[in-house]
Design a protein around this ligand. Structure first.
Ligand code: FAD
Length: 324
């Protein structure tokens, strides 16, 4: 796919990144620089995680607002509904829409480990219900119907139904820790699509076949929405251990051993970056519709992966060429 001048004119594969809200002022300052660097590769969106139970609400909003005010990047807010009443979830969605956020990753979230098992998980039992709520709140704010036409008092037109830009959901190629089997994960994803989700982002996985096989099963099960592979370059053994604990997804023994026995920090980082690059190249070759990179709030490793895959573009090149 080249144009008359021989330049590659294939559309670039969409990139996206995930960040978490910083806990200190110093971390917030560093995150601003990270966001600026990530914005340079023109991602389709950058998502910001949300502490289940709302513990990070204000900090998540600050990061999302930074993106709106200082970059051209579309901010995506993770929202969780576990433990919330309908009224609380409604208020939360309104607050983010009021702040100008129109893209969401709708999650159920996990109840705190020490939660009273009799306390229940709130009014919304699943991410699918939160997806529906996001659409409902958006529609209530800007109802569908006849509106006047500015400058033409007698006329009216049908107002297009406003939709949030993206309502994404999570999916688990190697199975959610609580799901019965992979068929259950496909069914859950289908339920979220039927509820109105228009994008899925996967949990970490370590083998291309896990992702590609899951996508195949999801398509056979009727899922139509794009399923973005979520990949993280893991640059040290401690982080790999923590990730395994958090996600329950077992990494390949050879990666764990190689990271463990490598004494040099730079060489450890190289192992993780090379592994993530290979995995990303395999899922892209298998037809992945984009690449979602978990950043751990650092830009260096993920941008290294982007560069090694040849996915960096100069977003202003087109504008400069047209201006010439
Ligand atoms: P759902 O889609 O409602 O359910 C997910 C799966 O769990 C389904 O297979 C469902 O059947 C199964 N399941 C759930 N509960 C049970 C049960 N009691 N018994 C049997 N099966 C059950 N968490 C956060 O707190 N904040 C974040 O910002 C965040 N971001 C994430 C981003 C991504 C891309 C991913 C993959 C996960 C993220 N999580 C986050 C973690 C997520 O909240 C948990 O994995 C949670 O357990 C499931 O949320 P869900 O939205 O997938 O729920």
């Amino acid at each position: 796919a080249t144009d008359a001048s021989g330049a590659d004119c294939r559309p670039r594969l969409p990139l996206s990144f995930e960040l978490f809200p910083p806990r200190t002022d110093a971390a917030a300052l560093a995150l601003g620089r990270t966001i600026d660097r990530l914005a340079e590769v023109d991602p389709a969106f950058i998502s910001v995680t949300f502490g289940a139970g709302g513990s990070s609400r204000a900090r998540s909003l600050t990061v999302l607002r930074y993106m709106l005010e200082h970059t051209h990047v579309e901010p995506m807010a993770h929202l969780t509904c576990v433990g919330s009443s309908h009224a609380e979830a409604n208020r939360l969605v309104r607050e983010f829409l009021d702040a100008g956020i129109t893209s969401f990753l709708a999650l159920r979230g996990d109840p705190p480990a020490n939660a009273d098992p009799d306390a229940g998980i709130g009014d919304l039992g699943s991410a699918a219900e939160l997806v529906q709520l996001i659409h409902r709140v958006q529609e209530e704010r800007e109802p569908f119907g006849q509106v006047g036409v500015p400058g033409n008092p007698g006329a009216s037109r049908i107002k297009a139904r406003p939709r949030p830009e993206r309502v994404a959901v999570a999916t688990f190629p190697t199975g959610h820790p609580r799901s019965r089997n992979l068929g259950h994960d496909v069914d859950t994803l289908l339920a979220k699509e039927i509820a109105g989700a228009n994008l899925a982002i996967t949990q970490l996985f370590w083998r291309a076949d896990d992702y590609l096989g899951f996508v195949e099963r999801a398509r056979a099960g009727g899922v139509m929405i794009p399923i973005l592979p979520g990949i993280m370059p893991v640059t040290n053994p401690a982080r790999l251990g923590r990730l395994t604990e958090l996600t329950g997804v077992e990494p390949p023994a050879e990666l764990a051993i190689e990271l463990e026995i490598e004494p040099d920090a730079a060489a450890q980082a190289e192992l993780g970056i090379a592994f993530a690059t290979r995995l990303a190249a395999e899922v892209i070759a298998g037809g992945a519709p984009g690449l979602h990179l978990y950043t751990f709030n650092r830009h260096e490793a993920v941008l290294d992966v982007v560069d090694r895959l040849g996915l960096r573009t100069d977003r202003f090149a087109d504008e400069r060429n047209t201006a010439r």
